[in-house]
Write a protein that binds this ligand. Structure first.
Ligand code: PGA
Length: 255
């Protein structure tokens, strides 16, 4: 079993379409296909930049995803973007349950589970984001929170569907804060997540599942996390917005 390393860049509500395209052009120009053959690089731009950036990356190894999806396919749903529309615009992946969606858009476990289903129905690969708050960590509830968030999100899935998932473990207190857990701690949580998948589905699904760490990842710490046995990559916000730090992270994953 070999799980490929994944570096996923979550651009959040940053970068105009021209800025996203300029970044994409430079990333492609400096993309050393041989050096990066062992890693997967994915960009999650704003929904506006999805289509043009996807066009720019066509034929390259760089993959593109959406940061969120709404339920349904097409219909009278003002302002909504379905998985179907996102996939037709070039997305192959979609973040589901990011803590900023849970916090600022009141997305609960039930909606997150429905979005996982909707993503799979739309032939998108969900990246399910989970993580405990600082208070939950203080109360030593991290494992219980993972059990609840993941248990609920994968409830209706077949083992085959579960095989399409990636999980991103992102402690809420580590996102954008400069604070990080030790790689040892994060790996312990990732290992528990993998056990949960083994118990719920099968050891094969669990062995193939890619688990990312996210929260204040930078060129200085990425390698330590990804070298841990149960962590297969990183979901990166702030440090993915600058081309130089993005390239530095890619380089440190390949050396
Ligand atoms: P950060 O964000 O790297 O800026 O901490 C990570 C995330 O929210 O996915």
């Amino acid at each position: 079993m070999t799980r490929r390393v994944l570096l996923a860049a979550n651009w959040k509500m940053f970068k105009t379409v021209p800025a996203a395209l300029a970044f994409g052009r430079e990333l492609l120009r400096r993309y050393d296909v041989d050096a990066y053959a062992m890693i997967d690089v994915m960009i999650f731009p704003t929904a506006l930049a999805l289509w043009p950036l996807g066009q720019r990356f066509a034929g390259s190894p760089i993959k593109i995803g959406a940061q969120n999806l709404d339920l349904g396919t097409e219909g009278a749903m003002t302002g909504a973007l379905s998985g179907y529309l996102l996939r037709e615009a070039g997305a192959e992946y979609v973040l589901v349950g990011h803590s900023e969606r849970r916090q600022h858009f009141a997305e609960g476990d039930e909606l997150v589970a429905a979005k996982v289903q909707a993503a799979i129905s739309a032939h998108l690969h969900p990246i399910l984001c989970v993580g405990e708050t600082a208070e939950e960590r203080e109360r030593e509830e991290t494992r219980a929170v993972m059990q609840r968030q993941i248990g609920s999100a994968v409830q209706g899935l077949t083992p085959q569907d579960a095989g399409k998932l990636t999980v991103a473990y992102e402690p809420v207190w580590a996102i954008g804060s400069g604070k990080v857990p030790t790689a040892h701690d994060a790996n312990g949580v990732a290992a528990a997540i993998r056990r949960q998948f083994a118990e719920r589905f099968s050891s094969e699904v669990a062995d193939n599942l890619r688990i990312l760490y996210g929260g204040s990842v930078s060129p200085n710490n990425i390698r330590e996390f990804v070298e841990a046995s149960d962590i297969d990559g990183a979901l990166v916000g702030g440090a993915s917005l600058k081309l130089e730090t993005m390239l530095a992270m890619m380089a440190s994953l390949t050396h």
